[in-house]
Every structure is written in C-alpha cells, then in structure tokens.
Design a protein around this ligand. Structure first.
Ligand code: ADP
Length: 198
C-alpha cells in the first residue's frame, strides 16, 4: 500500500490549525482530518472516550500508540466510505503527529510533502483565543487557564521537537497572529508551489 500524500498543519493550541484545516478541506482535491475531532467523536462512555477525557482535561497528550491506532482506523474508514480518495486527494493533517514518537509510528502511513508551521510566540494571545473558544465550543480542555498553560508547555516540550524530525521536508513558517485570511494566503502560496511540482 502506498503512503498518503500529506500536508501537516503544525502549531500550538489556539494557533488556528483547525480553522485553516476546515477551509482547506472544502477545496476539491484536499481531505482534512483533525485528530482532536476524531477523539471528540468518541462516545465518552467507551473505554477510549473515557481515556481521552482523562488526558485532555489535564492538558496532556493521549498515549501515542492508542492515538495513532485510533487515527489510522478513522482514516481507513473514510477511505472505505469514499470520502477520502488517496489517489486523488492530498491529506491535510491537523493535530497529528504531535510528537516525534507519533511521527515515527506514522512514517509507514504518510508521506509528508510540506509542513505549515503556524507560529505565535505571543502566548497570551493564544490563551485569549482558547478562552474564547471554550465559551463558544463548550470545550472542557479550554475551560481553565491552568489546563491551557499546561497544554502550551506540553506543546513546547513534546510537539516542537517534531519540527526537527521533518527537517528534510519543505517548511513554511507563518505568523499565526495575522488574520485568518492572511494565514490562509500564506498556506495557499505554499500549496500552489506544491501543486506546480506535481
Ligand atoms: P488543541 O490543538 O487546541 O490542543 P485539539 O482539538 O487538537 O486541540 O486536541 C484536543 C486534545 O486532544 C489535546 O489536548 C490532547 O489531549 C488530545 N489530542 C489531540 N490530538 C492528539 C495527538 N495527536 N496525540 C495525543 N493527544 C491528542
């Protein structure tokens, strides 16, 4: 089986990965998959759903093996359902892989063509966005500032080193504090470059 042609949207919680991923997923030829959405679609009463709540409510990452297995099952189902056509669509991943171990586990499934790093050194801006999201989307893991700060430090210690893992892949660093339209513009420029190469 060949690997899925993949674009990674990478960045801290609140950097706008989901906003951009959803927009891109509407364009024919792209399929968007957000790992957090896969977790949130689980029945909270199931073993896996309970595990997700246990970790996410503390601002922690769900263990790697479980996460990658769950993601792989979900993506396989979308292929079977004909929603994602790997021979036609570029896969846009947001929220996975989130650390080096996940990147290694996913190596046999995905061929990463480009990384879009939504960068926002202003942590207070991210915290403010997440608090707003907590009210809008009723997200438990965004509900208190301590959990938010924990997620941001998990991002610094576990997720950021992943950029080193993809050092050989073309990367675009985009200022995530810009408006969504400007961030989209930056991503589209990179995607057009990619399209011109294929
Ligand atoms: P955010 O980017 O704001 O953290 P997500 O919706 O992507 O929001 O993720 C919500 C929570 O789901 C995370 O805090 C984490 O507990 C869990 N999660 C999502 N993706 C992963 C992953 N790849 N590995 C481990 N845990 C994950």
């Amino acid at each position: 089986m060949s690997r899925y042609r993949t674009i990674l949207i990478f960045g801290a919680p609140g950097s706008g990965k989901g906003t951009q991923g959803k927009i891109l997923g509407k364009i024919p030829g792209f399929y968007h998959c957000a790992c957090g959405d896969v977790f949130r679609s689980l029945d909270p009463a199931s073993d896996l759903g309970a595990k997700f709540l246990e970790y996410s409510s503390k601002g922690l990452l769900v263990p790697d093996e479980i996460t990658v297995e769950l993601w792989h099952d979900a993506i396989r189902r979308t292929v079977e359902a004909g929603k994602f056509k790997p021979e036609r669509d570029l896969l846009i991943l947001d929220g996975i892989p989130r650390n080096v171990a996940q990147a290694e586990l996913m190596e046999r499934h995905i061929e990463v063509r480009r990384v879009f790093h939504l960068s926002c050194p202003d942590r207070d801006k991210l915290v403010a966005r997440l608090k707003k999201r907590a009210l809008r989307d009723n997200r438990l893991d965004d509900a208190n500032e301590e959990v938010i700060r924990h997620r941001l430090s998990t991002y610094d210690s576990e997720s950021k080193p992943m950029l080193g893992h993809y050092a050989g892949v073309k990367r675009h660093d985009i200022d995530a504090s810009m408006t969504p339209l400007n961030v989209l513009h930056g991503i589209l420029r990179g995607l057009l470059e990619e399209e011109a190469l294929t």
